[in-house]
Each structure stands twice: as structure tokens, then as C-alpha cells.
Design a protein around this ligand. Structure first.
Ligand SMILES: Cc1cc2nc3c(=O)[nH]c(=O)nc-3n(C[C@H](O)[C@H](O)[C@H](O)COP(=O)(O)OP(=O)(O)OC[C@H]3O[C@@H](n4cnc5c(N)ncnc54)[C@H](O)[C@@H]3O)c2cc1C
Length: 282
């Protein structure tokens, strides 16, 4: 799915509702209606704020970003040289180079990105959700709306066809470091593990290797770490509960089958051991 960088949150919303419903729900918690009508996808990414809501989710979804690098040398950028405006002169034509990179490579350091002078974000490419992919997004802030995240937690987990094993894991975090980031140790701890609480509790401990959050007016470092770990464990609870709920009907079928088999055997036994009607002594 390709989103133009100039799309406002409000313009993105109907598409997200259809293709990424969990993501769409976040917009009820992002800024306010006024900002959602004005704020753009490209602006939110280029801001490179460690507390922007969208980047951690886009990271978890393995988004790629289309950059265009224009060459300012081919133009008189200050407009002082009139000859530079002559488009018929090949030398004056603006040249550009397009680049498609994983969003994870875009954020370099606090408010530093891969963009250089003359570059801009053209579009964002988001893979469509797979059949066994589960997306979890939690925004922790003091107010419900129009508030900055103390922690933005986004987990994208792809399970095996039977739902028993974690095949892929991407954990995007905001508000936890100088840039939005993927929690690589935590992801590694989840991949290949069974979908049970032990796997998620172990992976939650690994989060401490990925980030060392700061204390500020929104939350203490201990709170941030604790809440991110608990949110990961919550994903585990939701997935295991969903698995059990799926298994219950088949459990009921097995129980019904066993009951029917035992009953049939009992009837057969009774019929075999019962004397023929003529021998029944009254
Ligand atoms: C009151 C308020 C509340 C907010 N609450 C939240 C919130 O809860 N969650 C959240 O995530 N954000 C929040 N924000 C931030 C908001 O969502 C926008 O991300 C931010 O205001 C940027 O706005 P914009 O998209 O209009 O970009 P601009 O202000 O137009 O641009 C921001 C920067 O990005 C650059 N830029 C814009 N587009 C591109 C492009 N295509 N390529 C390269 N560079 C580009 C600009 O040059 C500029 O440097 C809030 C903002 C306000 C004012």
C-alpha cells in the first residue's frame, strides 16, 4: 500500500480502517481533529520526533520510505543568476535520484535523518497485512486526546499457520530513546518461540537490552520500561487467549465424540449380554 507523503491523517484514515484497522484506532488518540486534518504522514516522519506516534508503527510494519534527492548544484538556488533559469540549457535542469530504503534506516540520531539539503519524502510503502499477522498498538499518555506519548508501543507478530509459533516479530517503540526504533533483542527473543506466556515474559526482559529510557515530565525511566514490558506481555495474553478460544470448539467436539463412543460401546455391551427376550424371567 503506497501513501503519498502529503496525505493528512484524516485522508489516511479510511484506508487504514480497511487495511490496518488496529492502526486506524490510534488516530482517535493522536493530537486533535484540527491537527489530524492538517498533520501529514511525511511531516510526522521528517519531524523525527522520538515521541511521534506514527514512526514506531510504521517501523513495526516494515515500511519502506521513498526519498528523492535533488541535486542543488544544477540550479542557482538563490535565484541570483538569471542564466540558471534557462531550462533549454541541459546543465540547468534539476536532476534527482530516487531512493527506497527501510524506514529503520531513516532515523539516524535525535532529530537527525537520512534527508539532506534538497531531499524530500515522496511516499511511504506499507506491506499489506498477512493472514497470520497480528498488530498491537498502545499509546500511553496522561490525557486520552491531544497528548504526547510517554510510550508508544507497536508489535507486529506473524504466527505459523496453526497459530502455535511466532514466525516474525517486529516491536516498534516511541518515547523510549532518542529516535523511534525497533527493539531487536526483544524481537530475536520472540522469533521461533511458542505462543505462550513464558515466551513473552522472557522477551519482555530482553527489552532492557534494547532501550534505556529517560525520565522527563511525562514519565520516569522505570515507568517507561515497566509499561513497555507489560504491554508486550499483554500481547502474549491476548494471543494465548485467542488460541484457547479457537481450540475450545474442537475440545467440545472431541468430548462429544468420546461421550458418543463410550455410550455406543455401553449400548453394544448391554445388547450383547442381555438375554434373548424369550429367556427373560419375569
Ligand atoms: C497541538 C499539537 C498536537 C500534536 N499531537 C501529536 C500527537 O499526539 N502525536 C503525533 O504523532 N504528533 C502530534 N503532533 C505533531 C503533528 O502530528 C505533526 O506531525 C506535526 O505538527 C508536523 O506537521 P505537518 O505534517 O504539517 O508537517 P510540517 O509542519 O509541514 O513539517 C514538519 C517538518 O517536516 C518537513 N516535511 C514535511 N513534509 C515533508 C516531506 N514530504 N519530505 C521531507 N520533509 C518534509 C518540513 O520541512 C518540516 O521540517 C501534534 C502537533 C500539534 C501542533
Amino acid at each position: 500500500m503506497t501513501f503519498g507523503a502529503g496525505m493528512t491523517y484524516q485522508q489516511m484514515l479510511p484506508i487504514l480502517e480497511q487495511y490496518y484497522p488496529e492502526f486506524a484506532k490510534l488516530f482517535a488518540r493522536t493530537a486533535s481533529p484540527q491537527i489530524r486534518n492538517m498533520g501529514t504522514l511525511g511531516g510526522n516522519i521528517d519531524n523525527a520526533s522520538p515521541i511521534g506516534d506514527l514512526p514506531p508503527i510504521l517501523l513495526a510494519l516494515e515500511t519502506r520510505i521513498h526519498l528523492r534527492h535533488c541535486s542543488p548544484n544544477d540550479r542557482d538556488v538563490n535565484g541570483e543568476d538569471d542564466s540558471a533559469k534557462d531550462e533549454s540549457n541541459e546543465h540547468n535542469k534539476t536532476s534527482y535520484v530516487d531512493e527506497l530504503i527501510p524506514l529503520a534506516e531513516f532515523f539516524i540520531d535525535y532529530k537527525k535523518t537520512k534527508l539532506r539539503a534538497g531531499s524530500y519524502i515522496v511516499a511511504i510503502h506499507m506491506p499489506l497485512m498477512q493472514d497470520n499477522q497480528h498488530l498491537f498498538i498502545h499509546k500511553i499518555s496522561k490525557r486520552y486526546e491531544d497528548d504526547i506519548s510517554a510510550c508508544l508501543f507497536a508489535a507486529s507478530l506473524v504466527l505459523s499457520a496453526d497459530g502455535a509459533t511466532i514466525k516474525q516479530a517486529k516491536i516498534g517503540l516511541g518515547g523510549m530513546a532518542a529516535t523511534p526504533l525497533l527493539a531487536k533483542h526483544c524481537q530475536q527473543a520472540l522469533i521461533g518461540m511458542p505462543v505462550d506466556m513464558a515466551s513473552f515474559e522472557k522477551a519482555a526482559k530482553a527489552l532492557a537490552k534494547d532501550v534505556s529510557p529517560l525520565t522527563d515530565v511525562r514519565a520516569s525511566r522505570e515507568y517507561r520500561m515497566h509499561v513497555a514490558q507489560r504491554l508486550l506481555i499483554k500481547c502474549g495474553k491476548q494471543l494465548t487467549a485467542a488460541r484457547l478460544a479457537k481450540r475450545e470448539p474442537s475440545g467440545a467436539i472431541i468430548l462429544a465424540f468420546l461421550t458418543a463412543t463410550v455410550f455406543a460401546a455401553y449400548v453394544r455391551l448391554k445388547t450383547k449380554s442381555a438375554p434373548p427376550p424369550s429367556m427373560i424371567v419375569r
